[in-house]
Write a new protein. Structure first.
Lengths: 293, 379
């Protein structure tokens, strides 16, 4: 989004100049007429009245120029002088000065900037995914006129959301719940033939019904989980840590084992009767009792 | 006058050179060579158990292995290579980066022909000073005393192939254009699940536990700020090495933050801040913590000890144990840590021990141990 702060000071200075000239009573008859509406990156003309030559000033967010013009003829403004949207001030001086301002609007949208948060979200969370879209024209001006942006969220082949939102002050947004199944959530913001794609990774939530089993082996005990899922049935990602704790009369053994191929397993060397429990994060599993060797 | 100034400059230069040679600055030892009374060049005759042990330790400190080994009794079961390995370590362990800085011998039991001595060894290591305590048996051979040194038994790892389902997270930097929002990958979501602040003999201590709630690994650091009654920060510190920095998904680590010289009576508020960053990580090696038990050691201190068992096929060069201790209500009352100075070879065990302050030993009802590991050449 472009700002036009520099023009403000220039305008104040020039306005003071104009006022001083008027007070001195040296105002002459030249006039200038600016276009009612201009689109960024398009040529336009400013018509003038009077005769003789004058000095023309153009001040805008991205331009500041001065040149000599003939009064009574049109002043052509080049497309490159009008690429930045915002307030422009045209000043014509010939003994006295006249000024007029006009506004350059953003051109038609040429790109959509799309921010989506978060990039990774547990399944089944309400209001967990949000996105904000900004339409910009080819000169990177924020398009402030209302545009309809279509947000589409799809997970696999199923559509989670399809919503058309009109921009307000150049911004459109959505907020929605995450889906039920782990996987990639494709998020698309489209405006006419423009679109921006983002991906949100939907991941399993906390383990649910963590269940372990154990057996005695020649070297101690081998404990392992059943396939670990969240409450929606999604497999908990490999690498998630399950902490096994074997408590016996003489002490305890603990192993932080990562889930691999859906299950976590650990070898422990307890010789006596033990009670083995499991936990993953703040989620507790069941306990199993294994007799002495 | 023309030659007076050069003469003065030459004179001053010579004077400074003389001062440099004979001045006090020259008395300092050369960097890399230890100095001190324990390293005097002449060792006294080992006519007492204390002197024999001192002589042995001095030779070890100097790394004069031949002379040190000669000071051992012939009845020792040790050979020189294993004796040396006992002191200098192997496998990139912490011991192999350590130096024996000092020792405090004291007798336990002495007769005419035999003695039992206890020596407290002070090592300097890359992770700070480490102490070790050894009980050494000495015998009198003729008119001199010699130490009986048992053979150092390094774990014998058989040649084998250990299949590992390799699990690792890598970071990919996106190659998309630099448009807003096209490269966003959120950092891991971690949470402090408990926090407790206590006064200790050294100062205020803030401790607790952190969990990685995300599905990706996290590099975690906990910072804490003490705030006084006027709302001004008094001091801020980080958990430094008293935390397992790399947390795999759903893993819990204790943390401890020390504020040396500060007392909680001057503190109105404690601000906590946990920072987490996405890092590449590996799920291996898996290290089991076996036979954990709290006992009193020979000096009456409460010690949590046990064995670390390397369940995978990689050597862990420097294992680091961090233990959180809970009271009867499940509140974290202390966090201790300790480095193991022997490398943890594949499918083998090494003992560990961490100390519990005397004042808290009676309150401890439960504990949780995590193992941090440093392996050469791996992230």
């Amino acid at each position: 989004m472009r700002r036009n702060f520099p023009i403000r000071e220039s305008r104040i200075a020039l306005s003071a100049c104009l006022l001083a000239a008027s007070l001195l009573g040296v105002c002459a008859a030249q006039e200038l007429t600016v276009p009612a509406s201009v689109t960024a990156g398009e040529e336009t003309v400013i018509s003038t009245t009077g005769s003789g030559t004058a000095t023309f000033y153009l001040l805008g967010p991205g331009v500041s120029r001065k040149n000599e013009v003939s009064l009574g003829q049109e002043i052509h403004l080049q497309a490159r002088d009008l690429q930045t949207a915002g307030d422009y001030l045209a000043i014509l001086c010939s003994g006295t000065c006249r000024s007029a301002s006009f506004y350059v609007n953003a051109a038609k949208p040429a790109s959509v900037t799309f921010l989506v948060h978060p990039s990774r979200v547990p399944v089944g969370q309400s209001d967990a995914v949000s996105g904000v879209a900004f339409p910009f024209d080819q000169f990177h001006n924020l398009v402030l006129t209302q545009k309809a942006i279509n947000f589409q969220l799809t997970a696999g082949s199923s559509s989670l959301l399809s919503q058309s939102v009109r921009t307000r002050d150049g911004v459109a947004w959505f907020r929605t719940a995450s889906g039920k199944a782990a996987g990639t959530l494709q998020v698309v913001a489209s405006l006419d033939d423009l679109s921006a794609k983002r991906a949100v990774q939907q991941v399993a939530s906390d383990p649910c019904n963590l269940h372990i089993q154990g057996q005695r082996t020649a070297n101690g005990i081998l404990v392992e989980t059943e396939p670990v899922h969240d409450c929606a049935g999604n497999p908990v990602p490999d690498g998630t840590i399950v902490t096994f704790t074997a408590t016996e009369a003489g002490g305890k053994d603990t192993v932080d084992a990562p889930i691999k191929k859906g299950i976590a397993k650990a070898q422990m060397d307890a010789a006596g009767a033990v009670v083995v429990s499991a936990a993953s994060g703040v989620v507790m599993g069941n306990e199993v009792r294994i007799g002495a060797h | 006058m023309k030659i007076a100034l050069p003469l003065i400059l030459v004179g001053v230069t010579i004077l400074l050179m003389v001062v440099a040679f004979v001045g006090p600055g020259h008395a300092r030892g050369t960097v890399g060579i230890a100095a001190g009374s324990a390293l005097s060049d002449l060792t006294s005759k080992s006519d007492t158990p204390q002197q024999a042990l001192t002589n042995l330790m001095v030779e070890v400190q100097r790394r004069h292995w031949d002379r040190a080994f000669a000071a051992l009794s012939k009845t020792s079961g040790s050979d020189e290579p294993s004796f040396i390995q006992d002191w200098i370590g192997s496998g990139g362990s912490l011991r192999s980066f350590s130096n024996l800085e000092g020792f405090d011998p004291r007798p336990l039991h002495i007769t005419n022909d035999e003695a039992q001595m206890r020596v407290r060894l002070h090592f300097s290591t890359p992770v700070g000073p480490i102490e070790d305590v050894r009980d050494i048996h000495l015998v009198r051979e003729g008119d001199i005393w010699k130490a009986v040194w048992p053979k150092f038994q390094s774990p014998a790892v058989p040649a084998e192939v250990i299949p590992v389902t390799y699990l690792r997270w890598d970071l990919v930097t996106g190659t998309a254009d630099d448009q807003w929002g096209s490269k966003n990958v959120d950092g891991p979501r971690v949470r402090i699940i408990s926090m407790n602040a206590v006064d200790s003999a050294e100062g205020a201590v803030v401790m607790g536990e952190v969990v990685n709630e995300d599905t990706i690994p996290a590099f975690v650091n906990v910072n804490s700020t003490l705030v006084d009654g006027a709302g001004n920060p008094i001091d801020d510190e980080s958990s430094f090495d008293k935390i397992d920095h790399i947390l795999l998904p759903k893993q819990v680590t204790p943390y401890r933050i020390d504020f040396p010289g500060f007392s909680l009576k001057d503190v109105k508020n404690v601000r906590m801040d946990v920072k987490a960053a996405l890092v590449p990580a590996s799920a291996d090696p898996v290290i089991g913590v076996m036979n954990q038990k709290i006992d009193a050691d020979a000096q009456g201190k409460s010690i949590l000890h046990g064995d670390l068992f390397n369940e995978s096929g990689q050597t862990v060069n420097i294992p680091h144990v961090i233990a959180s201790f809970y009271d009867g209500n499940g509140k974290v009352v202390w966090v201790s840590d300790g480095y193991v100075d022997r490398a943890l070879l594949p499918q083998s065990s090494e003992p560990f021990a961490v100390e519990i302050p005397r004042s808290l030993a009676g309150k401890v009802h439960n504990f949780h141990v995590v193992v941090n590991q440093y392996s050469l050449g791996r992230s």
